[in-house]
Design a protein. Structure first.
Length: 290
């Protein structure tokens, strides 16, 4: 049997049992930590991180993450920022600001992209911790202004603007280059190697082409046993499968194929995973598409 989806024939979803546990980093806001899980399912490394929702393993082995101290969703004056920590837990770089900060990314030129939601801005910060550029977003500053923001290979910036219900692309000059409207609150937006854009969020995930036509999609209703709440942090693996953090959902982590088959899911029971949003698989070769 097949299911019709946006003019493409796909096999109906099939299910897989729990497989080998993959190593990954997790921004575990429920535990107030960045946690690295090893293949044995145990915590291999952790570091305190208040209300962190984005995390990266950098090429040299350091870990980059954002944080929000004494977090209150209704306040926008709390201490926040981005931190880089070495494997032996030494702080090697830090940027401090105020207001809710939801994303970060180390750029190819050595600067760091900071998604400052309360300020309604993207901040480009140099290695000395100085803001060298600001990009004002069209969404007003606040809790739902943005979630994940990423610089693209062409120098533009792709931002999941939750409150606006769209992903917006801004040029390096800060001018709006593109808007992609979706029928859900978006959390992550990625530019794929084929030029398409993958956007996920509340109960839904879509891939659109350059003309904003949906060429693939997935909803929580199509994989009901996963108990999807939010497709939050995602990573497209080299083979095309998508690794997902199901924030607050029944199955916290899963890998799904483009045929909508659950390739892997986190096991029930031990360890008890805390609530969180940001993830990065550590066994994927090449650049992390997340």
């Amino acid at each position: 049997m097949v299911a019709l989806l946006v003019g493409v024939l796909w096999p109906l979803p099939s299910r897989a049992a729990e497989g080998a546990f993959p190593p990954f980093l997790f921004a575990a806001e429920g535990a107030g930590k960045i946690i690295e899980y090893g293949r044995d399912r145990k915590v291999a490394w952790d570091y305190p991180a208040e209300m962190s929702r984005d995390v990266w393993r950098l090429p040299g082995g350091n870990v980059l993450f954002c944080f929000n101290r004494a977090y209150d969703s209704q306040r926008h004056d709390g201490a926040s920022g981005v931190m880089e920590v070495s494997p032996d837990k030494k702080v090697v770089w830090q940027f401090s600001t105020t207001g809710q900060v939801w994303s970060c990314q180390r750029l190819t030129d050595g600067n760091t992209l900071v998604g400052a939601a309360s300020q309604g801005k993207l901040l480009i910060v140099n290695p000395a911790g100085q803001v060298v550029r600001e990009i004002k977003l069209l969404s007003p500053g606040g809790h739902s202004c943005l979630r994940n923001a990423r610089q693209l290979p062409n120098g533009n910036f792709l931002v999941a603007e939750e409150g606006a219900g769209m992903a917006r692309e801004y040029g390096a000059d800060g001018k709006l280059a593109r808007e992609i409207k979706v029928g859900f609150a978006p959390y992550s937006a990625l530019r794929l190697d084929n030029g398409n854009t993958l956007i996920c969020g509340q109960q839904s995930m879509v891939e659109v082409d350059g003309a904003d036509k949906i060429v693939w999609s997935l909803t929580g209703a199509e994989i009901p046993e996963m108990g999807i709440r939010w497709f939050a942090g995602i990573q497209v693996l080299p083979g095309g499968n998508v690794f997902v953090c199901n924030a607050g959902g029944k199955v916290p982590f899963l890998e799904v194929s483009r045929a909508k088959r659950i390739v892997w899911q986190s096991p029930a029971g031990e360890p008890p995973f805390p609530l969180g949003h940001g993830v990065q698989r550590l066994d994927a070769a090449g650049r992390a598409c997340k």
